[in-house]
Write a protein that binds this ligand. Structure first.
Ligand code: ADP
Ligand code: ZN
Length: 232
């Protein structure tokens, strides 16, 4: 009987986006996912959805997130493991907000290894604290989960106040985007990212991306263009 030969899909690409809260890694990850047709996996988005649905996981995650603390590794790793086992992740994914600790990074490598895959690139978006804080305090996100477009009231405002340009849904402000929590989140990022960056440097996959003008409306598009160039 005739058996068609299996043709391997395009090259697989497992990207880990690094960057402080407000660095624009979420916006860049969303655009990159669209450009590559790979799934965008954001642990922050997963937790926020669970919080909104008031599930047990949501309640537990919220007790950490509202204080600017990290959700424990065990919970987070289990969620990502399940997500990576979905069929749509076989050719690659864009990870955003995971891993955040060395333990998570090692767990991710183990999961991928089991699948015969490995991390392709770990771009770290580097911008100043001043821009970060301005960004977070002016951030508004489309409330439609399918869309999730991110705006900046100052630098990249929607055409109509409070309304998403793309899908027309109302924009919302994240509960953890307040001055007190931001400072804590930045502290946590500084403490935990050092080891992550060292780890990925050692593995030869880390690269830093410094946007020319992080306040430009197309800053995220430029970051994505750089990443696509590097993964060619
Ligand atoms: P940001 O990068 O702006 O902090 P995220 O949406 O990535 O936003 O994360 C929001 C919050 O969710 C974090 O402050 C943290 O409490 C929790 N969180 C997200 N990803 C992880 C993770 N990989 N490990 C632990 N906690 C996480
Ligand atoms: Zn929208």
């Amino acid at each position: 009987m005739f058996r068609p030969k299996c043709v391997k899909g395009g090259k697989s690409m497992y990207i880990v986006m690094l960057g402080a809260p407000g660095s624009g890694k979420g916006s860049a990850a969303k655009i990159l996912a669209k450009e590559t047709s790979l799934p965008h996996i954001s642990t922050g988005d997963i937790f926020r959805e669970q919080i909104k649905k008031e599930t047990e996981l949501g309640k537990l995650a919220d007790s950490y997130i509202s204080k600017g603390q990290l959700v424990p590794d065990e919970i987070t790793i289990n969620i990502v493991t399940d997500r990576l086992n979905c069929g749509d992740a076989t050719n690659g994914v864009i990870l955003d907000g995971f891993p955040r600790t060395l333990e998570q990074a090692k767990a991710l490598d183990a999961i991928l290894k089991e699948k015969g895959k490995e991390i392709t690139l770990v771009p770290e978006i580097v911008i100043s604290d001043q821009v970060i804080i301005e960004r977070i305090l002016n951030r508004a996100t489309c409330s439609n989960k399918e869309c999730g477009a991110i705006y900046n009231i100052k630098f990249k405002p929607p055409k109509v106040e409070g309304v998403c340009d793309i899908c027309g849904s109302p924009l919302s402000i994240r509960a953890d985007d307040n001055e007190e929590t931001i400072k804590k989140r930045l502290d946590v990022y500084r403490q935990t990212s050092k080891m992550l960056i060292e780890y990925y440097k050692k593995n030869g996959v880390w690269t830093s991306i410094v946007p020319d003008d992080p306040t430009a409306g197309n800053a995220s598009e430029q970051v994505v263009a750089t990443i696509l160039q590097l993964t060619k």
